[in-house]
Design a protein around this ligand. Structure first.
Ligand code: FAD
Length: 443
């Protein structure tokens, strides 16, 4: 009988354990809590949701809703448990978090194939291993990974700028141009007049922020983190002086407006998120502003008045690996091919995405999956973990429509476009896994 060790019984580790147990594997599942807690977990339960109790939307015109639909086709284990603990939240799948964690724990405890071992793992054991220790992996295991993979391949913080839908950008105002016309015009430029710039800076200064956790406060005070400047929130830079942004990340040098030849007072640049350019990233826009505030304030940027956000910005403690450089196609480590990485550590972001990678890695290890169709969100998440992005360091990815290849003939109506993208993904997944989809339909 095949044996495997899984380290970390959070969302991805619990999903992987249940998947492999169902396929006859003997699973040793290691969890360091309750003896050793992380900065955010509060109980000894497995699959504890550390913050929001929402697994986001179930609507098929959202990236997360589509991902969940695809995961159901592939017989995800934790999603049905989440549905059984559902609390009213409109189109969102929100759960009673205590009940959800208790149910997952009970299911694992009572599974004869799974041995739950409550202790911190400080080194990778011999044999097949799934490493799923999450964004708050213990120091000891991170230190071990540092020795195995090298310091450059580990990230400890996540500074994410918002990502917006290309269709929502006003292309009459925004223009493509390289600074001083040197190189390809890869970036889109949002040019500010003087008044527009100061209005934006004032809004950033007044915007309501997320409460930082204690460990994040240590980070922002600069203690012990020498890469702190690179992750500075845009509103914190604005706080240093009203002109700091236009002398830094929003400098207008070499970016005259082509139509008028006029020099802009400040410029915020947009960088393409994918080859089809269906989504753009606000360069330097990493932020701790609350989501509704981001929506309000970033719409003050000329050309982004009607911006639709595919992902909001954030900054938080997040241990993850430089997956495109250190993973094989099957999500195992190049340095140790019998060790697979799942969950947030692999570079996905979000509860559902983490569960999805646990499910994915289990199917890969069982020899049932070597690739997924490119038209599926899950297939694209997998691809993104492996693709080196030119000119930028690897940053975590969540499920969003910007990941999907464009439609051959996209309609103008955005809702219809998303509906068509969703239908294409689900049909593709169903025809790739006909037996699995029949199982789901019959309940
Ligand atoms: C503070 C914070 C808030 C977040 N809020 C949200 C949110 O609201 N919505 C959202 O979608 N996503 C959120 N995330 C992101 C992410 O979706 C969750 O962190 C998710 O739980 C990650 O799943 P995982 O399986 O990778 O790790 P986890 O679910 O964290 O599981 C990892 C497990 O490994 C254990 N562990 C760690 N090190 C060791 C070790 N050495 N030996 C044994 N066990 C170990 C941990 O105790 C933990 O139980 C948040 C992340 C953080 C850090």
């Amino acid at each position: 009988m095949s044996e495997i060790s899984i380290i970390g019984a959070g969302l991805s580790g619990s999903e992987a354990a249940l998947q492999l147990a169902a396929r006859g594997y003997k699973v040793k599942l290691y969890e360091m809590r309750p003896e050793r807690q992380t900065e955010a977990h509060q109980t000894g339960h497995l699959a504890e949701l550390v913050c929001s109790n929402s697994l986001k939307s179930t609507r098929l015109d959202t990236g997360s809703g589509l991902l969940k639909a695809e995961m159901q086709i592939l017989s995800c284990k934790l999603l049905p448990i989440a549905h059984s603990c559902k609390v009213p939240a409109g189109h969102a799948l929100a759960v009673d978090r205590a009940l959800f964690a208790a149910k997952v724990t009970a299911e694992i405890d009572s599974n004869p194939q799974i041995q739950l071992i409550r202790r911190e793992v400080t080194e990778l054991p011999e044999g097949k291993v799934i490493l799923a220790t999450g964004p708050l992996s213990s120091d000891a295991i991170m230190h071990h990974l540092q020795q195995l993979l090298g310091e450059d391949h580990l990230f400890f913080f996540d500074a994410i700028a918002p990502i917006i839908d290309t269709d929502s950008i006003d292309m009459d105002k925004v223009y493509a141009k390289a600074r001083y016309d040197k190189g390809e015009p890869d970036y889109l430029n949002c040019a500010f007049e003087r008044d527009e710039y100061y209005r934006f800076v004032d809004a950033l200064l007044e915007g309501e922020k997320h409460e930082a956790h204690e460990f994040e406060n240590a980070f922002f005070s600069g203690k012990n983190f020498n890469f702190y400047e690179n992750c500075m929130p845009i509103e914190e830079l604005a706080r240093r002086g009203k002109d700091t942004l236009r002398h830094g990340v929003m400098r207008p040098m070499g970016l005259e407006i082509p139509a008028t030849g006029k020099k802009a007072y400040a410029v915020l640049q947009l960088r393409a998120e994918n080859q089809d350019r269906t989504a753009y990233n606000l360069v330097g826009g990493q932020t701790m502003l609350r989501y509704p505030e981001q929506k309000r304030i970033f719409k003050l940027i000329p050309g982004l008045e009607n911006a639709e956000f595919l992902r909001y910005g954030s900054i938080h403690r997040n241990s993850y690996l430089n997956s495109p450089l250190i993973l094989n196609e099957n999500l195992s480590l190049k340095a140790r091919e019998d060790v697979w990485i799942a969950g947030q550590l692999s570079g996905v972001e979000g509860y559902v995405e983490c569960i999805a990678t646990g499910m994915l890695v289990a199917a890969i290890i069982a020899g049932e999956l070597s690739s997924l169709p490119e038209h599926t969100v899950l297939g694209q998440l997998w691809r993104r973990l492996l693709s080196v992005q030119p000119k930028q360091s690897f940053s975590p990815v969540n499920a969003n429509f910007g990941l999907l290849p464009a439609l051959a003939a996209p309609p103008r109506d955005k809702k219809l476009k998303r509906q068509m993208l969703s239908e294409r993904s689900i049909q593709t997944m169903r025809s790739a896994f006909p037996e699995a989809s029949e199982q789901t339909e019959s309940g």
